[in-house]
Design a protein around this ligand. Structure first.
Ligand code: GAP
Length: 494
C-alpha cells in the first residue's frame, strides 16, 4: 500500500469503482456514487457479512427498516438531544469547522471526548485562529438530516433521515422475537443507508454524509453473564490492542493482548468478548485482512457514545493512520428501556426458566460498509513493478469478477464463437466478463487492476484440442485445461 487516499479516489474513478456524486455539476461534498465495479465489490462484502452474521446462525434473523420513521424514535434513542459534534465558527466569515479535528490538527493531541468547555479553553490558551480569524464560543451541531413528511413544511411534521440503521430494530424487537419464535440469546441484523450531516466530510469514503451500515443487535438475558458460545478459539485470540488506559495517559503504546486478558481485567462482558472475537475472525479469515493492519481500540470513558457502557473499535491502518472501521458496543438495556419509557409499551420477553419477563441487554457489532470497502481496496492494492501494472489482490470471493474470458484474436470467427460460447456458459455460474480489445498481455494487466482472479484465454490450439489456458492473478502461473474440466476446476478453486 503506497498510495494516499487522494490517489485511491482517482484509481477508483478510473476503474469504475466509485465516483463523486453528480460530478458534472461539481459533486456534493460527502456524497459518492458507486460505479459498476464498486457495486459488485460492495455487494460481495454485504453477502459475506450477511452469510457470516445471519445465514450461518440459527439465532440471528434480518430486518429492513425504513429510512424515515416516527421522530419519537430519535427522541427516545437520545439522538435528538445527544447526537452532535462540536463546531467552531469564525467571527467574521462564519466559517464552520469541526472542533475536535481542528484541535487535533493544530495541537497534535487527541481530542476524543473533549467537551465544549475544554475546547474553548484550548482555543483561548493557544490563541488558535483560522486564517487569522478568531472564533465564537464552540457550539453543538446535531448531525441528523431533517425533512418534512407530507405537503406542509412546518415544525408539526419534521422527520429525520436515520443516522444509524440499528435504531429501528429496537422498537421491532419484541414483534420479531415473537413471529420468528426466537428465545434469548438471539440477534437481528440489518444492512442499509445511514445519513449524518458531517461538519467536514473527508478522506474520500471514510467520512461521508450518506453511507451504509451493516449492524447486528444481539439480545442476551440480562442476568446471564456466561456466553455459551465463547470457546477457546475466541479466548486465545491475540491482537494489537490500544487500551483506554494508554490513551488516557496520552501514550501511543499498542500492546499485544488476548480476549482472555481483556476478560480477566474486567474490560468487557463475555458476550461482548465473543462478538469482538467473531468480528475479528471475519476480518482475518473471511475478508483476508492482515493482522498487522488491524488493531482493537478501547474507547476511553469520556468518548463513549451516550448509549454505550463499553466500546471496542476495529481500526484499519489507512495511509492517514489507524482509524475505526467498525465499533462493537455494549448498549446494555439503554435502547429498550428508552423505547419502553417513550412508547409506554413493554419491550420484554418472557423467560421460561425464571418465569419472569425480562428486558434483554444488547451487544452491537456495527460495521460501516464504505469504510470497509476503502480498507479492502488499500489492503489489496499493489503497484507491481515487476509486472508493470497495478494488481488488486482481492479475496476472490470479493472480487467484482472471478474470471475473464479472452479470445486470443478478434478477427477469427471460429475462435470468437468458441470464446463466446465459453463465456455464455460460465457467466451463469460465476461473475465474469468478456474482453477482446488489445493484446492478451494488456488484457491480463487490466484484469489484474480490477482484481480478477482467473483469466481464460481461447487460442488457435483451442480449436484443435478443446482446451484453454487458465491464468492465476496471484502467481501468473498458467495451466492448460480441457473445456470439459474447466467449470469443475473453477468451482474447485473458488
Ligand atoms: N449504531 C452504532 C453506530 O452507528 P458509529 O460508531 O457511529 O456507531 C458505526 O458508526 C460505523 O459506521 C463506524 O465504525 C463506521 O464504519 C461507519 N460510519 C460512521 N460514520 C460514518 C461516516 N460519516 N462515513 C462513513 N462511515 C461512517
Amino acid at each position: 500500500m503506497a498510495l494516499n487516499v487522494e490517489e485511491m479516489s482517482i484509481f477508483c474513478k478510473k476503474k469504475g469503482f466509485v465516483f463523486q456524486s453528480a460530478e458534472i455539476y461539481g459533486g456534493l461534498s460527502g456524497f459518492f456514487d458507486y460505479g459498476p465495479l464498486g457495486v459488485e465489490l460492495k455487494n460481495n462484502l454485504k453477502q459475506s457479512w450477511y452469510k457470516y452474521i445471519i445465514t450461518n446462525r440459527p439465532n440471528v434473523v434480518a430486518q429492513d427498516g425504513s429510512i424515515i420513521t416516527n421522530p419519537k424514535v430519535w427522541k427516545a434513542s437520545g439522538h435528538l438531544d445527544n447526537f452532535a459534534d462540536l463546531v467552531l465558527t469564525t467571527k467574521k466569515t462564519k466559517t464552520k469547522i469541526r472542533a475536535d479535528h481542528f484541535i487535533e490538527e493544530k495541537l497534535k493531541i487527541s481530542a476524543e471526548g473533549l467537551k465544549a468547555i475544554d475546547i474553548n479553553k484550548l482555543v483561548k490558551e493557544n490563541n488558535l485562529t483560522y486564517n487569522g480569524e478568531d472564533f465564537e464560543e464552540v457550539k453543538d451541531f446535531n448531525l441528523m438530516f431533517s425533512t418534512h413528511v407530507g405537503p406542509a413544511a412546518d415544525s408539526s411534521n419534521v422527520a429525520y433521515l436515520r443516522p444509524e440503521t440499528c435504531q429501528s430494530i429496537f422498537p421491532n424487537f419484541k414483534l420479531i422475537a415473537e413471529v420468528c419464535r426466537q428465545k434469548l440469546p438471539f440477534g437481528i441484523g440489518q444492512i442499509g443507508k445511514a445519513f449524518r450531516n458531517e461538519i467536514s466530510p473527508r478522506d474520500f469514503l471514510f467520512r461521508q454524509r450518506e453511507f451504509e451500515q451493516m449492524e447486528l443487535e444481539f439480545f442476551t438475558h440480562p442476568e446471564e453473564t456466561t456466553c455459551v458460545d465463547l470457546v477457546n478459539k475466541h479466548k486465545q485470540l491475540k491482537f494489537q490492542f490500544f487500551s483506554a488506559k494508554a490513551q488516557d495517559a496520552n501514550s501511543d503504546a499498542v500492546e499485544m493482548a488476548s480476549i482472555s486478558e481483556l476478560l480477566e481485567k474486567g474490560l468487557l462482558s463475555e458476550w461482548h468478548a465473543y462478538w469482538l472475537a467473531e468480528m475479528y475472525f471475519w476480518y482475518v479469515e473471511e475478508l483476508g485482512i492482515k493482522k498487522e493492519n488491524i488493531r482493537v481500540r478501547e474507547h476511553t470513558k469520556k468518548e463513549l457514545s451516550h448509549y454505550s457502557s463499553a466500546t471496542f473499535d476495529i481500526d484499519y491502518k489507512f495511509p492517514f493512520g489507524f482509524k475505526e472501521v467498525m465499533g462493537i458496543a455494549d448498549r446494555g438495556q439503554y435502547d429498550l428501556q428508552q423505547h419502553m419509557k417513550h412508547s409506554s409499551q413493554k419491550l420484554e420477553l418472557f423467560d421460561d426458566a425464571s418465569g419472569k419477563s425480562v428486558v434483554p441487554r444488547v451487544i452491537e457489532p456495527s460495521q460501516g460498509l464504505d469504510r470497509l470497502f476503502l480498507a479492502i481496496l488499500f489492503e489489496a492494492y499493489e503497484d507491481d513493478k515487476e509486472r508493470g501494472n497495478i494488481v488488486l489482490h482481492l479475496n476472490q470471493k470479493l472480487s467484482p469478477y472471478y474470471c475473464a474470458i479472452f479470445p486470443l484474436v478478434k478477427n477469427k470467427p471460429e475462435l470468437l464463437a468458441k470464446a463466446e460460447e465459453i463465456y455464455d456458459s460460465l457467466r451463469k455460474k460465476f461473475p465474469c466478463y468478456f474482453d477482446v480489445s488489445g493484446s492478451v498481455g494488456r488484457r491480463y494487466a487490466r484484469a489484474d487492476e480490477i482484481g480478477v482472479r482467473y483469466c481464460i484465454t481461447v487460442d488457435f490450439e483451442s480449436l484443435e484440442d478443446n482446451a484453454v489456458t487458465l491464468r492465476d492473478r496471484e502467481t501468473t502461473d498458467q495451466e492448460r485445461i480441457s473445456l470439459e474440466k474447466l467449470q469443475a476446476r473453477l468451482f474447485e478453486l473458488r
